[in-house]
Design a protein around this ligand. Structure first.
Ligand SMILES: N[C@@H](CCC(=O)N[C@@H](CS)C(=O)NCC(=O)O)C(=O)O
Length: 212
C-alpha cells in the first residue's frame, strides 16, 4: 500500500493507522506545491492529501472513506468496530463529523486567500472560524467526558483522525487545555509508540500546528 501524505496535515491520521495495522506500506510526503503538480494530479485530481493506493492498485481518496476502508480490510487489527458491531454507527458518525465539519472549519484559518477577494481582509477571515472550531471542539470534548476514546472502549481510526486535526488547535488562541478531554486523548496518543514513530519519520513534533 502507498499513502500520499504531507507533514502536519490530516493525512497523518492514515499514516498512524497504517502503523497500527503493522503491514508493509510506503509513504510519499508531498508539499503544497507537489500536490498541485501534474504527476500527483494524475493520481488525485483534487490535488489534496490523503490518497491511498492499495495492493490491487485501487486509488482511494477522502480521509473518512480511506479510514473506513482500513477498518474493513483489517478486521484483526482492532482499529474500529466492524459491520454488525453496536458501535459501528458511532464510527461513521465521528468520521463524517471530523471530515465534514471539523476539518472545513479550519480552512479559512490556514487558507484565508480562498475565502475573500480582499487581500487586506485575510486577518479577519483567519480570525472568524475560531468560533466554529470552538463549537466543534466543545461538542467533541463533551462527548469524551468519562470516555478514553471517541468510539467504544478502544482506540480507533476516529481517534487518529481527531489527533491529526486537534494538533492544529494548539496553534490557535484558545488553549487546547481548555478542552480537557480532548487534551487528555492527545496526551494518550502522543505517547503511543506508533504515533511517536510517525512523528519521527516525518520529522514533526506532537502538537505542532500546521504552518500558517
Ligand atoms: N475532503 C478531503 C480534504 C483533504 C484536504 O483538504 N487535505 C488538505 C490537508 S489537511 C490538503 O491537502 N490541502 C491542500 C489544498 O487544499 O490545496 C478529505 O477529507 O480527504
Amino acid at each position: 500500500m502507498k499513502l500520499y501524505s504531507a507533514p502536519g496535515t490530516c493525512a497523518t491520521a492514515m499514516h498512524i493507522v497504517l502503523e497500527w495495522i503493522g503491514k508493509p506500506y510506503e509513504v510519499e510526503q508531498l508539499d503544497f506545491v507537489s500536490m498541485k503538480a501534474e504527476p500527483y494530479l494524475k493520481i488525485n485530481p483534487a490535488g489534496v492529501v490523503p490518497t491511498l493506493v492499495n495492493d490491487d492498485n485501487i486509488v482511494m481518496t477522502e480521509g473518512g472513506a480511506i479510514l473506513q476502508y482500513l477498518v474493513d480490510s483489517n478486521p484483526d487489527a482492532n482499529i474500529g468496530p466492524q459491520m454488525g458491531d453496536k458501535d459501528r454507527q458511532e464510527l461513521y458518525r465521528w468520521l463524517v463529523f471530523i471530515s465534514g465539519t471539523l476539518h472545513p472549519y479550519f480552512w479559512p484559518h490556514f487558507l484565508p486567500m480562498r475565502f475573500t477577494t480582499d487581500e487586506n481582509g485575510y486577518d479577519a477571515v483567519k480570525a472568524a472560524p475560531h468560533i466554529l472550531v470552538d463549537k466543534a471542539f466543545t461538542l467533541i470534548d463533551n462527548h469524551l467526558k468519562g470516555r478514553d476514546w471517541l468510539v467504544g472502549e478502544d482506540k480507533s481510526v476516529a481517534d487518529a483522525f481527531l489527533y491529526a486535526m486537534a494538533q492544529w488547535g494548539y496553534g490557535l488562541e484558545k488553549p487546547m487545555t481548555d478542552y480537557k478531554n480532548i487534551h487528555a486523548l492527545m496526551l494518550r496518543l502522543s505517547a503511543d509508540p506508533s504515533v511517536i514513530k510517525v512523528h519521527n519519520a516525518i520529522g514533526t513534533k506532537a502538537y505542532a500546528p500546521l504552518a500558517k
